[in-house]
Design a protein around this ligand. Structure first.
Ligand code: KIV
Ligand code: ZN
Length: 385
């Protein structure tokens, strides 16, 4: 089995489905270009039958993509699949992604029996396969689908010609051990499973999307479906930046590779936050404002001596210029001295002691002490002498 893990980004489809995250046409093209440029293997550019706008966006993204495969989503019916193909066919590398909900709860909606659903899967994957040899099949709500029926749907999709089989955890219900086991057992059980790529598509309802995706890879999945900043329905999807950086940083225990240029992560994170109108939480892993910021005295002192004391990755690896040591009431002398030096004030110890007392007094009243605050403190101090 290869160690390459394909990154399938669905910011423009599942991400955009977050209530309120709608992007304009030009914003979608811009994000698609950034995804293509950072080395995303497959971009799910939209759901072409959903609207004229989605169709147009997917078609244009298909035309502009330089290296990524461009995928569109289609429900399991011929009309959706044909519309999807019309949009993606312009791509250098097009993919049709078709799906149906296979769990008891989802089967009840179109009111299909297991046999009827099996037939639908066969017909739809065959239809898509007549249009392109790059077909992805998803058993939506796979993690709540009966084991025997899940195996049956996967086997039918493989026999009908799907080359990627996605096992979505649609409602973020699984947990890591189960996620790994599910993929491993499918690969061991379903005839033809070793001929296709298994994908994992996790939602974050219980906060386990990243862990579940990585566990699925340990079980044999070789495609992770994810979004920038974890954007997505409800609590979101697996965050691209988290799985990619986890694989990079913990290569010792996760010996896989992605093709992502990680130095482009911050730029796209900020752009997606702006265009979707979904700000990134301050303490969000990898891309949060505080992900590489240290305020406490002990941490700042450690960081000034050796950055590995409190950082497991370099900020430069995700496209930041460096660590930040914001000054606040928890900061110590070492960080104050370093900041003053950076501002051009090389202080003798007694001067620093005076400023430090004033700084602590100010920090008790203010959440963060900025450069201008420090300069004002020094001026006051000079005036007092
Ligand atoms: O969460 C899900 O199951 C999906 C499918 C359409 C793949 O987004
Ligand atoms: Zn989803």
């Amino acid at each position: 089995m290869t160690d390459k893990v394909l990154i399938f980004d669905t910011t423009l489809r599942d991400g955009e489905q977050s209530p309120g995250a709608t992007m304009t046409h030009s914003e979608k093209l811009e994000i698609a270009e950034m995804l293509d440029d950072m080395g995303v293997d497959i971009i799910e550019a939209g759901f072409p039958i959903a609207s004229e706008g989605d169709f147009r966006a997917v078609s244009e993204i298909a035309r502009l993509a330089k290296t990524s495969t461009i995928c569109g989503l289609a429900r399991a019916n011929f009309k959706d699949i044909d519309r999807c193909w019309e949009a993606v066919k312009h791509a250098r590398s097009p993919r049709i992604h078709t799906f149906i909900g296979t769990s008891p709860l989802h089967r009840a909606i179109p009111n299909l029996t297991m046999d009827e659903m099996a037939e639908r899967i066969h017909d739809c994957v065959t239809h898509a396969r007549n249009l392109t040899d790059n077909v992805q099949w998803s058993s939506m709500d796979a993690t709540r689908t009966e084991w025997d029926f899940l195996c049956r749907t996967v086997e039918i999709a493989i026999k009908a010609g799907a080359s990627t089989i996605n096992i979505p955890d649609t409602v973020g219900y699984t947990e890591p051990a189960e996620s790994a086991q599910l993929i491993r057992r499918l690969i061991e059980t379903v005839p033809g499973a070793d001929e296709v790529i298994f994908a994992t598509h996790c939602h974050n309802d219980l906060g386990m999307a990243t862990a579940n995706s990585l566990a699925a890879v340990a079980g044999g999945a070789r495609q992770i479906e994810c979004t920038i900043n974890g954007l997505g329905e409800r609590a979101g999807n697996t965050a691209l930046e988290e799985v990619v950086m986890a694989i990079k940083v913990r290569h010792d225990v996760m010996p896989y590779a992605t093709g992502i240029d990680t130095t482009k992560i911050m730029a796209i994170s900020r752009r997606v936050a702006t265009v979707s109108g979904f700000p990134v939480q301050f303490n969000k892993a990898i891309v949060g404002k505080n992900a590489f910021a240290h305020e406490s005295g002990i941490h700042q002192d450690g960081m000034l001596k050796n950055r590995e004391t409190f950082e497991v990755m370099k900020p430069e690896d995700v496209g930041l210029s460096g660590t930040t040591l914001p000054l606040g009431k928890h900061s110590g002398r070492a960080a104050l001295r370093a900041k003053l030096k950076e501002l051009g004030f090389d202080m003798a110890d007694n001067q620093l002691n005076d400023i430090f007392v004033r700084f602590k007094d100010l920090a008790d009243r203010k959440k963060e002490v900025f450069d201008d605050d420090l300069i004002a403190l020094i001026r006051q101090n000079d005036g007092a002498e």
